[in-house]
Design a protein around this ligand. Sequence first.
Ligand SMILES: CC(C)(COP(=O)(O)OP(=O)(O)OC[C@H]1O[C@@H](n2cnc3c(N)ncnc32)[C@H](O)[C@@H]1OP(=O)(O)O)[C@@H](O)C(=O)NCCC(=O)NCCS
Length: 171
Amino acid sequence: MTGYNDGMDIRTLADEDLPAAQALWSRTDHLGPVPDAEVAQLRTFEPDLVLAAHDADGLVGVALGSFDGRRGWINRLAVDDRARRRGVARALAAELERRLEARGCVQVNLLVLEDNRPGQAFWTAAGYGAGWPLLLHHKRLDGPTSDGPAWTSAAMSPPRDPAPDDPVPPC
Ligand SMILES: CC(C)(COP(=O)(O)OP(=O)(O)OC[C@H]1O[C@@H](n2cnc3c(N)ncnc32)[C@H](O)[C@@H]1OP(=O)(O)O)[C@@H](O)C(=O)NCCC(=O)NCCS
């Protein structure tokens, strides 16, 4: 990693960042538009877990964090194409970890689609283990259930018996 040094700034997302953040999510592979209500809700309850990264030319990254009192979550992490592989995502994740830890959070979780290899590579490089011994059980409340979108089942790894020394995360 070359490292991002020339003035990159990680800070709490501000109102004036919202248009650029929405534009970034909308054009980002594996993501897409994020409902305004989702961002608003997170910013209402934990405003300083919603982060923006800026360089001299403007907003280059965003991440939505949340804390449920036990676990932290990181969602919608996006870095602009022009700023990738310069440590922006790593800096956003590290700052979220710092802010979550200050709240007493001991584990941070996130979800990545199975076909998002760059996303998986990033999270692995950032120290996030993947997969077992957890399965995601999920139920849609907005319509489709057993015939839900292909990704809901395709993204699941087959169950595997845990090895005796597997750590059991406090999920
Ligand atoms: C995944 C993403 C957030 C990474 O952002 P980034 O700022 O480029 O990542 P960083 O520069 O902090 O990368 C840190 C390390 O992660 C790994 N990594 C990052 N992107 C990678 C890629 N495309 N392929 C392989 N490894 C990658 C590398 O080990 C990298 O270190 P290196 O550059 O020294 O090799 C960015 O590519 C993105 O916005 N992707 C689309 C949205 C998405 O998939 N979000 C995450 C899933 S929720």
